[in-house]
Design a protein around this ligand. Sequence first.
Ligand code: KG4
Ligand code: ZN
Length: 329
Amino acid sequence: MAIESSCDDTSASVCRDGKILSNKIANQTVHQKYGGVIPELASRAHMQNIVPVVDVALQEAGVILADINAIAFTQAPGLIGSLLVGSQFAKSLSLALDKPLLAVHHMQAHVLANLIPDRKPSFPFLCLTVSGGHTQIVLANSASDLKVIGETLDDAAGEAFDKSAKMLGLPYPGGPLIDKYARDGNPTRFKFAEPQIKELDFSFSGLKTSILYFLQKQVKENERFIQENLNDLCACIQYTIINILLKKYRKAALQKGINDLCIAGGVSANSGLRRGFEEMCNQNGWRSFIPAFEYCTDNAAMIAIAGYYKYLAKDFSELSATASARASW
Ligand code: KG4
Ligand code: ZN
């Protein structure tokens, strides 16, 4: 049984021998009117949701609590109040059932979501993990040996989507909306500067500023500029973010000589990124792996699969394991 509560989704999943039997997610709608996640409200909603979500996950898996062999939970990173709800619940369950506890790193779990389907990448593989808080290229030598070889120096790719969407007047989270409008837009109509960052690292804060200045200038000349060009703006913003991501990912694959490439995290739900990633892999003769949509955004199935590998390695945690907003890799 796995519990995920790092941000604003309460999720529980049951897995048996590495096969996911259920993956229930309660999304929190309470944040929508604030344009971002309010930590206090997230913790409260987790407290309301966690018991019913665990119940439904057990029911759907066709098991009862007595069948559970181990409890995995997201220990870090995330919002501390949110993490505390899931970790305290998992620890209580472990204590009550007298079953081992497995503390999981949320970002490592995003990478390991690629091991859920039957068609799995072979080690060593690379994973581009792109979420609301992180942008990382990870070299996976084994399920327990994951190395970050590139990451963002400032904003994450998801933030670049969400902040751009906010400038366009779209509600939070804007990433999926940019994806939607981009489908009918011309991706090469407006050009935004791409950063020149060394090695395998990323930067998105310059792009945000360049979009802001561009919009301010255009809106001064025509106050309906955004409404009249929304599809093209979304297509160009998405195109630029994907270009930045895939150029670096290609460089990493060539540098490391690795043929199995994965993507993970909320932004890997983006249709343009999925398409561009597959094209890049086809052109270079690499094998591409993309988790199903429900395993891209935050979910407990990825915590379950990460917990499963920890269970096999007998990498159990003490009840004193504490949730942490930040985490060393
Ligand atoms: O992994 P995730 O669910 O949560 C974190 O751990 O951060 O990622 C959330 C991020 C948000 O920034 C959201 O806008 C972005 O993933 N996202 C997308 C799409 N779906 C989710 N960004 C672009 N296109 C999408 N289709
Ligand atoms: Zn996440």
